[in-house]
Design a protein around this ligand. Structure first.
Ligand code: 5GP
Ligand code: ZN
Length: 135
């Protein structure tokens, strides 16, 4: 447990949270500032900072719990779809530094819109970045 981590304190029961699902390795609770009705966070009980540092075992358990929660949202809340979101580092909007996956129920008439308008890249650009990645 990291003493200065609010999510570790939620796991320990030191801070209140509306828990909706738990197992040996993970807990899920409602996000304090929901993007849509039912927006929740799934976290491993064990502290790690983010996607770069989370042990693969915790990543697997958390992804699996996110799937179960998505199905629960479909069945109990009647949502029309789900977005999974993970933010890794401040440049990617991470604000709480205990690995978590947002599980965001989506409704056909909800107001969320993509924050970007993707534009098709040229074959040269795609080839160049792919070459860099394959390294
Ligand atoms: P991030 O920005 O790191 O991807 O996500 C952090 C999320 O945690 C945010 O959506 C924020 O609303 C939520 N959050 C921050 N503090 C608390 C808290 O004390 N309790 C709960 N339930 N959610 C929190
Ligand atoms: Zn933590």
């Amino acid at each position: 447990m990291a003493d200065d981590c609010i999510f570790c304190r939620i796991v320990a029961g030191e801070l209140p949270a509306e828990r909706v699902q738990e197992d040996e390795h993970t807990i899920a609770f409602m996000d304090l500032n929901p993007w849509t009705r039912g927006h929740a966070l799934v976290i491993p009980r064990r502290h790690s900072k983010n996607l770069y540092e989370v042990p693969e075992e915790d990543l697997r358990h958390t992804a699996s719990a996110a799937k179960h929660l998505a199905e629960r949202m479909r069945d109990r809340l009647g949502c029309d779809g789900i977005n999974l979101l993970n933010a890794c580092e401040p440049a990617a909007w991470q604000t709480v530094f205990h690995f978590h996956i947002h599980v965001i129920p989506r409704y056909a008439d909800d107001p969320l819109r993509l924050p970007v308008q993707p534009e098709q890249a040229s074959r040269e650009e795609l080839g160049a970045v792919a070459t860099e990645l394959r390294g």
